[in-house]
Design a protein. Structure first.
Length: 236
């Protein structure tokens, strides 16, 4: 028990001295430093840090220069530290300093005029493998982009297409409403015209049948029945 405890203390001291030395010499970051977690952190701490940083540096969300490089580093760090076997192997490499040799041999991700050069970039097959794991992981399935459960991020093309569809529907409905209003007004005017024609036709028929004198008497009778009618007094 004491030997195990002493070995852990010695291991921590070696790591601390090694990290302080490599930070001064501008040696590439360790996977722990990339995730921002201590070397003796738990698996949950690693996963939480990975979820946080992958959201922060994801190329679909962060277009700042260098974010893609950091995103790839986060994926690489998580792919190593998330599995106990690979993490133990990596810790042993840190103790012997071989982890940095491997990093220098592969080369850090960097961008050139032709795109990402070999290393931790788009030319590296591990990038696509880790990217697939990211999208298939539970943390990504429950990462609601719009804050609505079950609603994932929609591409800009689909959003533009939906806007065009809704705009077309709105314009069509407005056109149909205006057309219906004009048709309704036209029907009302036609109905009034037909009623006026029928009334005029009836007056003409009555005049032909009863004569003009009888028609004048009927009109006078209507006026007398009107309460507003005031007969004129003949002047002396």
């Amino acid at each position: 028990m004491c030997d195990r405890f002493l070995s852990k203390v010695v291991f921590r001291n070696i790591k601390t001295k090694f990290y302080s030395t490599h930070s001064k010499l501008n040696v590439p970051q360790t996977h722990y430093e990339v995730l921002g977690v201590p070397n003796d952190c738990s698996a949950k701490d690693i996963k939480d840090a990975y979820i946080k940083l992958s959201k922060k540096y994801h190329p679909d969300r962060n277009a700042a220069q260098g974010s893609q490089k950091q995103f790839v580093q986060v994926l690489e760090a998580y792919s190593i530290l998330s599995k106990p076997d690979s993490r133990q192997h990596y810790d042993r490499q840190l103790m012997h300093g071989t982890a940095y040799d491997e990093h220098f041999q592969r080369g850090p991700p960097h961008y050139s005029a032709g795109g990402y050069s070999p290393g931790y970039g788009y030319d590296d097959p591990t990038f696509w493998t880790n990217r697939k794991k990211y999208y298939q992981g539970d943390h990504h399935r429950h990462n609601w982009y719009y804050g609505i459960p079950g609603l994932q991020r929609v591409s800009n093309g689909i959003i533009a297409f939906m806007c065009i569809i809704f705009t077309s529907i709105g314009v069509t409905l407005q056109f149909l409403a205006i057309r219906h209003s004009m048709t309704l007004k036209r029907e009302v005017i036609q109905k009034q015209s037909e009623e006026n024609r029928e009334l005029l036709s009836k007056i003409e028929e009555d005049a032909d049948r009863n004569g003009n004198e009888f028609q004048i008497q009927m009109i006078e009778r209507r006026f007398r029945n009107n309460r507003f009618y005031q007969p004129s007094v003949p002047k002396e």
